[in-house]
Design a protein around this ligand. Structure first.
Ligand code: RP5
Length: 163
């Protein structure tokens, strides 16, 4: 099966990005993580994206905060699907990163999740890989069913408590 790459602009993004790595691993999919910055290490970031397809990756997740150009810069260098995670920072609560990540020009798409949406980024990456992987697709369906059961149990408990 193809691997998922998780690239973050700084190690300070790890508390958010760690949730994406954990989610990918829970599904038994191989994941490789790197710190590459669109601004501080543009050459290494581009090199990674240019070689990602031939290095066995199927999807790239890219997380960055502030003027978050990482996902877009990686997407510019590959036709692999790129999922952007805008990371919340102090000044603008993540709105800066959200707009920088989501507002891509036509021709270079980045599938942007919500601010700090690391779990959804991982699930979306897994869903993309699952198109050609029936076992992975079955695991994702089982998770959805388990999540539904949890909500219905909460509904039942709530109604027992309020009588
Ligand atoms: C972005 O700048 C990084 O993705 C991070 O969210 C933010 C701050 O980086 P550090 O100064 O903490 O390294 O490029």
């Amino acid at each position: 099966m193809k691997k998922i790459a998780v690239i973050m602009g700084s190690d300070s993004d790890l508390p958010v990005v760690g949730k994406a790595i954990d989610t990918v691993k829970k599904f038994g999919v191989e994941c490789e993580a790197h710190v590459y910055s669109a601004h501080r290490t543009p050459i290494e970031a581009r090199e990674f994206a240019v070689n990602a397809e031939k290095n066995g990756f199927g999807v790239i997740i890219a997380a960055a905060g502030m003027a978050a150009h990482l996902a877009g810069a990686l997407a510019a260098a590959t036709t692999l699907p790129v999922i952007g995670i805008p990371v919340k920072s102090a000044a603008l609560d993540g709105l800066d990163a959200l707009l920088s990540t989501v507002q891509m020009p036509p021709g270079i798409p980045v599938a942007t999740v919500g601010i700090d949406g690391a779990v959804n980024a991982a699930l979306l990456a897994l869903e993309i890989l699952a198109v050609g992987e029936p076992e992975l697709a079955a695991k994702l369906k089982a998770k959805r069913e388990a999540d539904s059961r949890t909500v219905l149990e909460k509904d039942k408990k709530l109604n027992e408590n309020i009588g």
